[in-house]
Design a protein around this ligand. Structure first.
Ligand SMILES: C[S@@+](CC[C@H](N)C(=O)[O-])C[C@H]1O[C@@H](n2cnc3c(N)ncnc32)[C@H](O)[C@@H]1O
Ligand SMILES: Nc1nc2[nH]cc(C(=O)O)c2c(=O)[nH]1
Ligand code: SF4
Ligand SMILES: [Mg+2]
Length: 235
């Protein structure tokens, strides 16, 4: 089985959601079934970048994770693109047998058997600003395929009031999933520096909106890696 890999990088810190701050190596799979209007990883999504995705065996992927981590077990996050298009089961099996932990970031559109062997499954359903439509049946199938209780979390990107209201409704559908909200970053060009104040303003708006609403269910977090490195790739 050959995997299409856009990049493997790290160790860095997980910048988002449930595992924020954890030392992590990222495997970014090439290819996605969605086209979110504000996607910050189009180099792993659009087919015009396809030639830059390396065909790699599970063994080769694993060898690169071992090299980057100096053979010292840490968390490996499988992201993309949508990694659920491909079979990461063999990579996870190899890593787990030597003490590595695995997380996966996916939008919840394609359930996979290998979700069950993850330590953490982060499902990121897409709000109206993305321009995508959610299939809640597939999302529920992803939750069912995921790791045992406590291993699955929901992370929602919020750009505006319509997204915020949508996030509340999404949480009402899956009240048992720990919920993380992160403000959307509208400046995704890797060549253009981000404006830290505007990111802080978006985080402030999201926090104040939830507090004024008396909604205390979510944890509200910035994208830590964007604060540190902007839209630089491979961090
Ligand atoms: C690039 S996606 C790859 C994984 C998967 N396709 C997904 O969307 O969950 C990784 C995470 O980045 C988030 N993301 C993408 N673009 C973003 C942006 N402009 N601002 C904030 N978060 C963003 C996604 O919602 C997702 O949680
Ligand atoms: N440091 C860091 N944290 C991240 N959390 C989610 C990421 C992603 O693109 O999936 C990501 C990423 O690309 N870098
Ligand atoms: S689902 Fe994820 S990778 Fe795919 S376009 Fe949306 S944000 Fe980008
Ligand atoms: Mg990212």
């Amino acid at each position: 089985m050959t995997l299409r890999i856009a990049e493997i990088f790290g160790p860095t810190i997980q910048g988002e959601g449930a595992l924020i701050g954890q030392p992590t190596v990222f495997i970014r799979a090439g290819g996605c079934d969605y086209r979110c209007s504000w996607c910050d990883s189009l180099h792993a999504v659009e087919s015009r970048y396809r030639r830059s995705w390396a065909p790699m065996s599970a063994e080769a992927v694993w060898a690169e994770v071992l090299r980057l981590s100096g053979h010292r077990p840490l968390t490996v996050s499988i992201s993309g693109g949508n990694p659920a298009i491909q079979d990461f089961g063999p990579v996870i099996a190899r890593g787990r047998s030597v003490g590595y932990r695995f997380a996966c970031e996916t939008q919840g559109s394609i359930p996979r058997g290998w979700f069950g062997s993850l330590d953490t499954l982060v499902l990121s359903p897409k709000p109206p600003s993305s321009g995508e439509r959610m299939d809640w049946d597939s999302f529920a199938a992803c939750v069912a395929a995921g790791p045992p209780a406590g291993g699955t979390a929901m992370k929602i990107v919020v750009f505006d009031r319509a997204d915020y209201d949508w996030a509340r409704a999404a949480h009402a559908r899956h009240p048992g999933l720990p919920l993380y909200l992160q403000p959307g970053n509208p400046q995704v060009d890797p060549e253009t520096p981000v404006d830290p104040q505007s990111l802080a303003d978006r985080l402030g708006w999201l926090t104040e909106t939830a507090m004024a609403d008396g909604w205390f269910a979510p944890r509200i977090l910035p994208q830590l890696h964007v604060l540190i490195w902007g839209n630089k790739r491979g961090v």
